[in-house]
Design a protein around this ligand. Structure first.
Ligand code: HEC
Ligand code: HEC
Ligand code: HEC
Ligand code: HEC
Ligand code: HEC
Length: 172
């Protein structure tokens, strides 16, 4: 009897452990997932192959809090004539005609954005490379987050580069 109880207890314990691991693993996976985008835009083509500069499209990264995404007109600078037969490129033309912004889905977001101070300008001007926080975009057909953007990530780099680590530098 006692032996059966012990076995039942052990089985229960390990089942719970498995369920938790799966649940947490799933959450982690979901966070790292690359969301689908309204147009199959690829950094692998535009950065990896065409060698375009990040700031050509994310042109506020060196002068504001946000890096921003390019307006439809930036895409049209080339796609007015490039690859017109592509259904994906025709979508760009449709947004242009309708004068609507492309509704890109966000990949990176600091969880408690309204309580944390984060500026692209500050980092870009100090020559912190985009890749240190975003990975190698030139190899990504679809953007996904490669770093957690959690506090430990911010603080460990600040320690390494002798940037300030007082709480109130980052927290409002
Ligand atoms: C030709 C324009 C273009 C160039 C060049 C470009 N990007 Fe992008 N980028 C985009 C567009 C459009 C999106 C939104 C769609 C997407 O996520 O794929 C985007 C999305 C991103 C995102 C995800 C934004 C989010 O929602 O969190 C990051 C990070 C990023 N780009 C970094 C870079 C870096 C770093 C470079 C240079 C190595 C670069 N990009 C070059 C157009 C460009
Ligand atoms: C500097 C010129 C340039 C800019 C700016 C540019 N592209 Fe491109 N794009 C290209 C070239 C060149 C190709 C590759 C065409 C090929 O494969 O022959 C391409 C390929 C593509 C493709 C793949 C088409 C297919 O079906 O193979 C998509 C989708 C695309 N671009 C979307 C965009 C979007 C969205 C933007 C704006 C955020 C943008 N591009 C900005 C030059 C540009
Ligand atoms: C020190 C880390 C760091 C560096 C360096 C960095 N980013 Fe970011 N990036 C972030 C974080 C954190 C977010 C999410 C911000 C938020 O939640 O508002 C982000 C968001 C973005 C976004 C989404 C749109 C936006 O403006 O929030 C784009 C696009 C982007 N980064 C592009 C770039 C490019 C291009 C560079 C280099 C010129 C760059 N980043 C350098 C950390 C960084
Ligand atoms: C890869 C390295 C790196 C990462 C990751 C990083 N930072 Fe920084 N950060 C720096 C450097 C370098 C400076 C410039 C310090 C200076 O101005 O001398 C800086 C400066 C800052 C400043 C301005 C400090 C001041 O002097 O006013 C703030 C705020 C900040 N970072 C917040 C963040 C937050 C929030 C994150 C995480 C989302 C983050 N940083 C991630 C390297 C990094
Ligand atoms: C370099 C930037 C940076 C510094 C310095 C920093 N933090 Fe943070 N902190 C963050 C970021 C970014 C987050 C959000 C992380 C996330 O999304 O989980 C955060 C989250 C937190 C949270 C969790 C808040 C919540 O609602 O979940 C606490 C508590 C916190 N920080 C306390 C501190 C204290 C105390 C200090 C000083 C010893 C400090 N932080 C220094 C960037 C920083």
């Amino acid at each position: 009897m006692a032996k059966r109880l012990v076995i039942a207890g052990l089985v229960g314990y390990f089942s719970l452990f498995m369920v938790l691991t799966l649940a947490l693993g799933f959450r982690w996976n979901k966070q790292r997932k690359a969301p689908d985008q309204p147009i199959a835009f690829s950094h692998e083509i535009h950065v990896g192959r065409l060698n375009l500069d990040c700031l050509f499209c994310h042109d506020t990264a060196d002068k504001s809090f946000f890096a921003g995404v390019p307006p439809v007109s930036r895409c049209m600078e080339c796609h007015i004539s490039v690859k017109l037969e592509s259904a994906e490129v025709q979508k760009i033309h449709k947004y242009m005609e309708d004068q609507e912004p492309i509704p890109w889905n966000r990949v990176h977001r600091i969880r408690i954005r309204d309580q944390v101070y984060f500026s692209h300008e500050r980092h870009v001007k100090k020559d912190v490379a985009c890749a240190e926080c975003h990975g190698d975009l030139g190899a990504m057909a679809k953007v996904r987050a490669v770093r957690s953007l959690k506090m430990g990530f911010c603080v460990s780099c600040h320690q390494e580069k002798e940037a300030p680590t007082d709480c109130l530098i980052c927290h409002k």
